[in-house]
Design a protein around this ligand. Structure first.
Ligand code: NAG
Ligand code: NAG
Ligand code: NAG
Ligand code: NAG
Ligand code: NAG
Length: 373
């Protein structure tokens, strides 16, 4: 999600150093890309996997994938117990009810609505009443591929000089996030963007911090959809203003015109909202960090990249991750678009070591293809 800004940033960095989180190193070797697995063709779908068609992806089954990740999950004793592909990924108006309010108001954002106003949440969610709002891959005229192949592009320095642009663009859907600079890096990161994921905080920080490095605007396009991560009330307020096509009426973003970020099209179908319960499920099952038990536990949440990659893993049939942290991260700059090598810094608001281990293990299990070099 990128560094927090201001004095807090230094505090976080100091704490990280003191608690030994800084410069965590990984020792075990990473295996090659998974080869073809025998038996994959005899894939049978267990009941667990039917729900995702309805709640997350749309209307499909995936008989034409050579290596659907659901099959790799089913075969893996550890990950089989963690994944529930029926968990709703997106929150839409139709899901809002008193029971959901009662349940989510027990948790702070991004996991819930504690301390937020019922009225504010309801007024945003009631706008997400479009049939597209509950599905990530909306059927905008085009039929969904039989096997939905997704690339999730993090911003890691490993992509500098990688020449992965064509491979990335060959996927059905491409997810990007935060300071996703494209211009000048097309050969390395591609040009296609289907989804852009962010919190208002990370989006605006990226526009400030990486402006000089080429991140002068958020990716825009007719087929592009935005995925809001509800980390704060301001995300709900911005989302509401974006759908209505009006300036933000209140809060830290007061007066902002959403179309300066997201382009002229204001409609419910253009914007998606991650379900707070999904974010909590991801933290509990996949990214339960030791940082949660420190004084800074409240600051900890999975990174934007982790949330996008896990979103793809719960909605696509095959997922490749590019620009995500690998065991040899120290060889590369923090971001691919930096001009001078800048080391990756481990802040305490995310647990990048834990995320690195997760990607490596998912790759080994054949659930994910992690780009490494
Ligand atoms: C697939 O299933 C059929 C029976 O339905 C069986 O004869 C065949 O050996 C299986 N193939 C593999 C690769 O498991
Ligand atoms: C998976 O999630 C769905 C939807 O939240 C829930 O109904 C179901 O009980 C869960 N399954 C398991 C095995 O936890
Ligand atoms: C949310 O607000 C709408 C009006 O905008 C209202 O009709 C609806 O009942 C409210 N939902 C709940 C759960 O109170
Ligand atoms: C969604 O809600 C808006 C505002 O309440 C309304 O104008 C629109 O017709 C609704 N759309 C659907 C598909 O229900
Ligand atoms: C990016 O890669 C080029 C060579 O491909 C290298 O000269 C440059 O130093 C790299 N940039 C960073 C920030 O590492």
């Amino acid at each position: 999600m990128g560094p927090p800004r201001g004095p807090l940033c230094w505090l976080l960095l100091l704490t990280a150093a003191c608690s030994g989180i800084l410069l965590a190193l990984y020792s075990s070797a990473v295996g090659p890309y998974p080869g073809p697995r025998s038996g994959a063709r005899n894939a049978t779908w267990s009941g667990t996997f039917f729900g995702r068609e309805v709640s997350n992806a749309g209307t499909r089954k995936s008989p034409h994938c050579r290596h659907p990740l659901s099959l790799a999950i089913q075969k893996h004793p550890h990950f089989r117990a963690l994944f529930n592909l029926s968990t709703p990924v997106l929150l839409s108006g139709g899901l809002f009810a008193q029971e959901l309010w009662d349940s989510l108001s027990q948790y702070k954002a991004p996991y819930g609505w504690q301390g937020l106003s019922f009225q504010a949440i309801n007024s945003t969610l009631s706008l997400l009443n479009d049939s597209e709002s509950s599905k990530l891959f909306a059927a905008s005229g085009k039929p969904l591929p039989n096997c939905v192949r997704c690339a999730v592009v993090g911003n890691g320095g490993i992509l500098n000089g990688s020449r992965q642009g064509l491979n990335i663009d060959a996927h059905d859907y491409v997810f990007r996030l935060n300071g996703a600079v494209i211009k000048g890096f097309e050969k390395d990161v591609g040009t296609k963007t289907s989804f852009y994921g962010f919190t208002v905080n990370t989006m605006k920080n990226s526009l400030i911090s990486y402006r000089n490095l080429g991140f002068t605007s958020v990716p825009q396009g007719q087929d592009l959809r935005y995925i809001f991560i509800p980390s704060d009330i301001r995300d709900y307020v911005m989302l509401r203003s974006a759908i209505l096509g009006v300036p933000v009426p209140e809060g830290p973003d007061k007066g902002d015109r959403p179309q300066t970020y997201f382009g002229p099209e204001a409609s419910a179908g253009k914007f998606k909202l991650l379900h707070p319960h999904f974010i909590g499920y991801l933290r509990e099952r996949f990214l339960k960090s030791k940082l949660m038990n420190t004084n800074f536990g409240d600051l900890y949440m999975p990174s934007t990249g982790a949330l996008m990659l896990l979103t793809a893993l719960h909605t696509c049939d095959q997922v490749s991750a590019y620009g995500f942290i690998t065991s040899n991260y120290w060889k590369f700059s923090d971001h691919y678009f930096e001009r001078i090598k800048k080391p990756l810094i481990f802040y305490v608001n995310h647990d990048l070591s834990l995320e690195a281990t997760l990607w490596k293990d998912l790759h080994k299990a054949g659930i994910l293809r992690l780009y490494q070099r």
